[in-house]
Write a protein that binds this ligand. Structure first.
Ligand code: ZN
Length: 363
């Protein structure tokens, strides 16, 4: 059964009361991983439902709800970059949308943008009369991935809004949208859960409950291990619970990775590169960025943000590292993070990243 996320309840009430939705376009904006996509889908499903409940929630029983659940609703259209088009596309990680696995490289690289063709293809959908002349809803996620041509084509539609069509734009970075697109939307700042709500939600998900790290296995009661793992995942995700769920999928690999990073004496860049060779490069770079952030943060402020359970290791590493050189390394990571999706030399870059990390420790 669908349910509004705890931290979105108040917003749901506001939006669903009469007059809560004004105009023909909504912009749901906020940090990545807080459930914006899930909210948008639930909103669409409920607005399309034929017999909504008292709180305007979708009934989950009518033909509209059935179509919706089977991704065949004739009056609902979702626009995503190709990288998100997973055949099992449902409502799970990364704010509710699934990303393609990285092993798809044999074919042409899927686009990370929403292109003008996708907007053009909406023409029939928005201008021809819909099923039983009901409302039609277009969901665009993440809206900032529309390229310029696509944004302009959408703008035309927003300027002359087709009747009975609601556009729902969801964006992690609304500042990257055309100002003219933004200004035509009713903007809604999506709420962020507090750490309690985030960890409560994460606990309810099917996070597999392997113990945290190798050393803590049998000596700690499993409940405590579980809650440590939750905290670790949430810290890594800056308390964005859907992101934490994504981290959970790669929890063991991540633990192995930071175990290696914590042992400067035996750190073998090529062996670690080999271990990570099939993993999404941008995710690996992200892990390294967070690790280096904490090392530097410890040496300047004595605190860590992403790896609260590795403080001792981070302290040891930070004592070996020159903060100036670490800064230069971070710039190198930042530059490559933005290129990671495009690079054809993933393996070479991965090796370079790890070799430079070792050099950092030996300096
Ligand atoms: Zn229904």
């Amino acid at each position: 059964m669908d349910a509004v996320l705890n931290w979105q309840q108040a917003l749901w009430q506001t939006i669903m009361r009469d007059g809560g939705i004004r105009g023909h376009a909504l912009l749901l904006k906020g940090r990545e991983g807080i459930g914006k996509f899930a909210f948008a889908r639930l909103l669409a499903k409920s607005l399309l439902c034929k017999k909504p409940a008292v709180n305007r929630m979708a009934c989950g029983q009518c033909s509209s709800c059935n179509w919706f659940d089977q991704h065949t609703h004739p009056n609902f259209s979702v626009l995503l970059p190709e990288t998100f088009l997973d055949e099992h596309f449902k409502t799970v990680s990364d704010d509710g949308a699934h990303q393609l696995p990285a092993d798809n490289k044999a074919k042409k690289k899927p686009s990370q943008h929403i292109g003008i063709n996708q907007i053009r293809e909406l023409d029939d959908f928005v201008y021809l009369s819909g099923h039983q002349s009901g409302h039609k809803i277009v969901l665009i996620y993440p809206a900032e991935t529309m390229n310029n041509a696509a944004s302009n084509a959408l703008l035309k539609k927003l300027e002359e809004p087709p009747e009975l069509v609601l556009f729902i734009l969801v964006s992690h970075q609304p500042q990257r949208l055309l100002p003219t697109v933004r200004s035509r939307c009713q903007q809604i700042a999506m709420p962020v859960p507090d750490s309690e709500a985030a960890s409560q939600w994460l606990k309810q998900q099917t996070v597999d409950d392997q113990p945290l790290g190798q050393s803590s296995q049998k000596t700690v009661p499993s409940q405590q291990v579980e809650s440590e793992k939750l905290l670790t995942l949430l810290a890594l995700a800056s308390y964005a619970p859907f992101k934490a769920l994504q981290f959970a999928e790669n929890y063991d690999q991540h633990q192995q990775f930071i175990n290696h990073l914590s042992k400067p004496e035996s750190f073998d860049p090529l062996a670690v590169a080999d271990m990570l060779k099939n993993q999404d490069l941008s995710m690996t770079v992200g892990w390294m960025q967070k690790w280096c952030y904490d090392v530097l943060s410890f040496s300047t402020t004595g605190s860590v943000r992403y790896h609260p359970h590795c403080k001792t290791n981070i302290q040891a590493i930070s004592s070996r590292v020159n903060p100036q050189i670490m800064l230069i390394y971070q710039q190198f990571l930042n530059k490559h993070q933005s290129l990671a999706q495009h690079t054809l030399q993933a393996r070479l870059f991965l090796e370079e990243m790890l070799i430079r990390y070792r050099a950092l420790l030996m300096a």
